[in-house]
Every structure is written in C-alpha cells, then in structure tokens.
Write a protein that binds this ligand. Structure first.
Ligand code: MN
Length: 327
C-alpha cells in the first residue's frame, strides 16, 4: 500500500523540504505544519517553503513562523534528500517552489485530490480522505508518533476547513473519529471555529457586501457565478481570502447545483482562476479536467489562460452541458 511506501520513504530519508499548493488555506497549512512536527519528532530535519505569502487569517496556527516564502536564489545551500509535496493535484500547483528541486530528489506526493497526477517517486493518494490533514493524522497513528496539542490544532484546522465544518460530502465517520481524538488532545473547538470563521476583518466584510450583489444566476437557477475583475478589490492583496465565503453563499441559494467563481489572476498574468463547487449532481472535477484543472467531485479549481469574459462563457457552457447530461 502506498501509505507503507510513504512511511518507508520517511524512515529512510533524513532531510525534507515540505511544500503545498499556491493559494494557501487551512488544509495546506495544517498538513504542512503537522507533517513538519512529525518529522522533527522522528529526529529529521525539515523546512517548509511555499510560493505564496501566508494568509494572515491563519496567523494563529502554532509554529506558523517556521514557514518560509520562496525567493529566487534562496536556499541555494540548503540540502534535502526528499521533496515532500502536500495537497497538490499536480506539481504545477506548487508554483515556483518546484524549481528548488534542482537535484531531482525523490518526490513524496501526499494528497487527497481525485485528479492527482501521481508525479511523485512515491505517491500516497487517498481520494476518499476528507483532507490532506486527515492523511497526516493517519500517518501519526500508523507511525505511532504521539500527537501533541500543537499538531492536533493544525490537523483539526485542516479537517475543519476542507469539510466546510464537517458538512461537505467528504465528511465520513473516520473524519469525525479523527476529529474526536484531536479534541481529546486539547483542541478547543469553539475557539478554533471563531478564529477560522468569525474573524473577518471589517474591511473584508465590506468588500464582501460589495461583491455579493454581483452574483449572477443561470440555467433556470441551477448555476450561480461571480466574475471579479482585479480592480474590485480595494487592496490588491494576493491573500484575498473571501473566495470561500462567496462560494458558500452561492451554494446556499435554493435550487443551486453549481457555483463558479472567476477571478483575474494576481500572480500569473493573462490568466483566470476558476473555482467550482457542486452540490453533488455535477462532477466538477470532470469539468475542471477538461480545462486542465482538477480537484474533487464537488470542489475543483482551474487556471485558464485568456480573457475573463471568454473563459467564463466556455466554462459555463461546459457546466450546462454536464447539467443536461445529469438529468
Ligand atoms: Mn485539501
């Protein structure tokens, strides 16, 4: 089984570079930090490097300051034997960090996206896991590494955010079992919830109220979408973290099957970032795959080259096609 292979890889190697996908969120950060901690407990060396800056909303995660941001020419002297990529369906999602693997060190690919491209030397992929964090939890158990409060907080945040607080269809009994044990390690669930979901800066709430009226609906009320030009966001903050909010507002509309969010990309010019969410009838991983993206059946993402208007039309047409097929 690939979990065993992952464990062998961890035991065999000494120095690890850990990374996750661009557009950092709870699962990527939680899994990275808990994996880092596990390696440290096993007496290994580890460093976490991401392309993107840390979103301030996760400042409360224990040891978040060990995470470093990629810079050109940096880390030239840092040696590692294993390049661990977490929560990435394909290696491109790691962004420029992949350039650090100049010596082609073996890649350990740990992920739960059904669309995972198996780009690693070792691929431990569990499409049924709620989150990458739940997989790292499994790693702690399998390797008999004791959980402490800090890693428990990180893992809990990853599971919480990737399951939309335990209500998406990726929430299984194993997910609750993992969460239960994390709580017994001292995680304070109400305080974590408050930090993750009820700490919106007033400015962000105001921009949310400006963006919400821009919602559009189509296909007889089955598709909702937002199209955001860069200039709608007051501060061109690449850590803009309201997309998840917009998507969940979209999902909560009566009768909606698919929600799409189209954004001009900040870090990559002339591209559009598309996020898709489905209530289950439409497989949005399949839609994303048509445009070179991927993810899960009910949540996926794509980066598409082109002008936002034209990208929106193409993607919406594909969603409608799938909707008709699903009838
Ligand atoms: Mn994830």
């Amino acid at each position: 089984m690939s979990l065993e292979k992952a464990i062998r890889c961890i035991r065999k190697n000494k120095r690890f570079l850990i990374t996750a996908h661009m557009g950092l969120e709870g699962d990527a950060l939680g899994a990275e930090l808990a994996f880092y901690k596990l390696l440290k407990k096993l007496g290994k060396q580890a460093i976490i490097v991401n392309q993107d800056a840390l979103p301030h909303s996760y400042d409360f995660l224990p040891r978040i300051n060990v995470i470093r941001q990629y810079k050109k020419d940096f880390l030239k002297d840092i040696k590692f034997d294993c390049f661990a990529v977490l929560d990435c369906a394909d290696l491109d999602r790691a962004g420029r960090v992949r350039r650090l693997n100049t010596e082609n060190k073996p890649i350990l690919n740990i992920d739960h996206h059904i669309s995972n491209q198996r780009f690693g030397r070792i691929n431990w992929i569990e499409p049924n896991a709620s989150s990458c964090s739940e997989m790292i939890y499994k790693l702690y158990k399998k390797m008999c590494v004791p959980l402490d409060k800090e890693s428990a907080i990180c893992l809990y945040v990853g599971i919480l955010t990737d399951t939309g607080s335990f209500h998406y269809s990726n929430t299984h009994s194993s997910t609750h079992q993992a969460a239960a044990e994390l709580l017994s390690c001292g995680v304070d669930a109400p305080s974590i919830y408050r930090k993750v979901y009820e700490s919106i800066p007033l400015e962000d709430l105001k921009s949310l109220s400006r963006i919400l009226p821009k919602i559009k609906c189509g296909a007889g009320g089955k598709i909702a979408w937002f199209q955001l030009k860069q200039n709608i966001l007051k501060n061109k903050n690449p850590c803009f973290d309201l997309s998840e909010r917009l998507l969940s507002f979209g999902r909560s509309i009566k009768g909606i099957e698919v929600v799409a969010l189209f954004r001009s990309n900040f870090s990559l010019r002339d591209t559009v970032r598309v996020n898709l969410r489905s209530q289950g009838k439409v497989d949005v991983n399949r839609i994303a795959a048509r445009f070179g993206g991927g993810g899960h059946k009910t949540a996926s993402g794509i980066t598409i080259k082109g002008e936002i208007e034209e990208v929106r039309k193409k993607v919406l047409a594909e969603i409608q096609k799938q909707l008709r097929r699903g009838k």
